[in-house]
Write a protein that binds this ligand. Structure first.
Ligand code: PLP
Length: 400
């Protein structure tokens, strides 16, 4: 018997809460929304957020900016990427990642993905000799073996920039995701771990890199009004030699992010409770491969992925349609035509076409689902029952 339909909305995040709403009203009442618009003795919300996020992340420097994609774009520029230079990145990621590389003047070189949804370190090793940069995407929160990855990077002189859009608050062996490479890029877009509609945070411990990034973000000569910036001496060279690629964060967004940062650890627990409810059920059904999560990995389960390996395209489409009919919104990464936020490397026609047979095989059976915190644990159990029901239907069909 089919489970009853699920009525929740997969794109509905939680309301922002009283503290954030009050902070937003204070900024609106002040009229000082621009981050450099302060009165005597006042520290801008954007600068306060930078100081607090640097402390959370355990790094020296943080820059608040316009989006996660923008943070990646200026990180590559500040790291010294030259026009036309190759940049290694994951073959399985979202399109703003190769987009940021193109924006910075680089040439994306895609690295294969494993069935545990992390960058394929053997393929990385093979391709590493030809590049100076790796824009590493912890796509959907899956963290590769960072010890081995950094050993490869060190051996080949690769500069690593981490895309932590899905790993804000996660860690590998006690080191926060984002603290392995030269710099890390976070997103505060609505569907990530903190919600300001749009927004980005760039972190690093390298003072000269961060000085360039701050100037790139459009600080003019006001870089001393930042909350977690290097000392003035680091700007001496950068201040006149670095272009202004205007992409600042404003005080309104910063004001609503600060109370969310204070509640992030709690929300990580809530996400992981929901993730493990669904993961346990799907695993025990025996219908799907769930990515293995090593003991060293402490992810944030804000979404879940599972594989129906070697599923035929028609069956995959039917599976998604059947789940949708019961109210469960799955994304399938194997579709030839991109849908909503989901596209695969074949539809990135703005970059050179690249053969990724291993990744293609993974993507052909890969399903993806958001886990908004508006869902209760019971909701998650209900959703898992629907997925399993639809998976069983599919298998029966295949056997018939
Ligand atoms: C959302 C996302 C980004 C980009 O973040 P924006 O703030 O939307 O620009 C980058 N990488 C991944 C994997 C993402 O999901």
């Amino acid at each position: 018997m089919a489970p009853k339909p699920f009525a929740g909305t997969f794109t509905q995040q939680e309301p922002l809460g009283e503290a954030a709403i009050a902070a937003a009203i204070r900024v609106l009442e002040s009229g000082r929304l621009h981050r450099y618009n302060t009165v005597a003795g006042e520290t801008a919300e954007a600068a306060l957020l930078e100081a607090e996020f640097a402390a959370f992340q355990g790094v020296d420097y943080c820059l608040a900016c316009a989006s996660g994609g923008y943070a990646m774009h200026i990180a590559l520029m500040a790291a010294g990427l030259k026009h036309g230079e190759p940049v290694l990145t994951n073959g399985f990621t979202l399109s703003p990642v190769p987009g940021a590389i193109v924006n910075a003047g680089g040439k994306p070189v895609l690295v294969e993905c494993t069935r545990n949804l992390v960058i394929d370190l053997d393929d990385l090793e093979q391709k590493a000799a030809g590049a100076r940069f790796l824009l590493l995407s912890h796509m959907r929160g899956h963290i590769a073996d960072m010890d081995r990855l950094m050993a490869i990077a060190d051996r080949h002189g690769l500069t690593v920039i981490e895309d932590c859009a899905h790993t804000m608050g996660a860690d590998w062996n006690g080191t926060k995701s984002g603290n392995f490479g030269l710099a890390a890029c976070f997103s505060t877009q609505t569907y990530k771990h903190m919600n300001s509609g749009e927004g980005g945070l760039l972190t690093s411990n390298d003072p000269d890199f961060m000085a360039r990034a701050i100037i790139l973000s459009g600080s003019y000569m006001l870089y001393e009004r930042h909350g977690a910036a290097p000392a003035r001496s680091h700007f001496e060279k950068a201040r006149l030699e670095t272009p202004n690629c205007s992409g600042r964060m404003d005080n309104l967004r910063a004001a609503i992010l600060r109370p969310q940062l204070a509640g992030l650890e709690k929300n990580i627990e809530r996400w992981n409770d929901r993730y493990s409810t669904i993961e346990t059920a799907l695993k025990s059904s025996g219908l799907f491969h769930l990515p293995e999560r090593p003991a060293a990995e402490h992810p944030v389960g804000s979404s879940i992925q599972f594989l129906a390996e070697d599923i035929a395209p028609d069956a995959a489409r039917a599976f998604v349609a059947n789940a949708k009919a019961l109210g469960v919104e799955l994304k399938w990464f194997g579709d030839a035509d991109p849908v909503a936020f989901t596209s695969n490397h074949h539809s990135w026609r703005f970059i050179a076409d690249q053969a990724l047979p291993k990744t293609d095989r993974v993507l052909s059976g890969l399903f993806d689902m958001r886990i908004p915190l508006t869902f209760s644990i019971d909701d998650c159990a209900h959703i898992a029952a629907i997925i399993i029901h639809c998976g069983e239907q599919m298998r029966l069909k295949g056997a018939a």
